[in-house]
Write a protein that binds this ligand. Structure first.
Ligand SMILES: C[S@@+](CC[C@H](N)C(=O)[O-])C[C@H]1O[C@@H](n2cnc3c(N)ncnc32)[C@H](O)[C@@H]1O
Length: 174
């Protein structure tokens, strides 16, 4: 009986991940440790405004960001239910008072008060976000992304992480 419950729950979790990945064009693949370390070295120490993570997955970037910037509010948006639940639980366990986790479509979230926007998405999403960024982000806002950049934007800094994929990392300033 217990085995049947475990198998059923696992099948439901897998189905949920697959369906939401198909719906939103990307699964909750976490940023690797090496890429994360590299990203964090590129970020400025001082800036103003809210930090947004668009598509925060299981929290591989959102939690380290909230720890690194305790004086900034870190808003993590995730649409897929299972990663959202795990991220919420991790955020509560880590007791990070500056972290907010929302199950929300980030295309519908206002970004006007952003000081830093972080994302790891796919080309179609970056194309769509480019328009949103150009409409909403104020001058001076930092944008950090890896694997795929913002099409047509000139990065302020571009680097390659020392992982097996040589993942490209892009830092922009609006
Ligand atoms: C490749 S994962 C990156 C996860 C995390 N940012 C990291 O670096 O470890 C992309 C995440 O974006 C989420 N996502 C895609 N489109 C979204 C949308 N419109 N609103 C909120 N989350 C979205 C997916 O569910 C997925 O978990």
């Amino acid at each position: 009986m217990l085995v049947a419950w475990i198998l059923g729950a696992t099948a439901l979790a897998a189905a949920s991940l697959v369906l939401w990945s198909l719906r939103w064009g990307i699964g909750p693949v976490p940023t690797s440790t090496r890429v994360r370390k590299h990203l964090l070295t590129l970020l400025p120490d001082v800036f103003e405004g809210t930090i947004y993570e668009l598509g925060a997955g299981w929290g591989a970037l959102a939690l380290p960001l909230a720890k690194r910037y305790p004086k900034h509010t870190v808003v993590a948006y995730e649409i897929s239910p299972l990663p959202y639940l795990v991220l919420s639980a991790r955020s509560k366990c880590a007791a990070l008072p500056n972290m907010r986790v929302y199950r929300k479509n980030f295309y519908k979230a206002p970004l006007a008060d952003a000081g830093l926007v972080v994302c790891y998405l796919y080309p179609g999403a970056m194309e769509r976000l480019k328009t949103k960024f150009e409409q909403e982000l104020k001058p001076g806002t930092w944008v950090l992304t890896h694997t795929f950049g913002v099409p047509g934007w000139e990065p302020l800094a571009q680097a390659v992480a020392d992982d097996i994929y040589h993942t490209p990392v892009y830092l922009y300033r609006v």
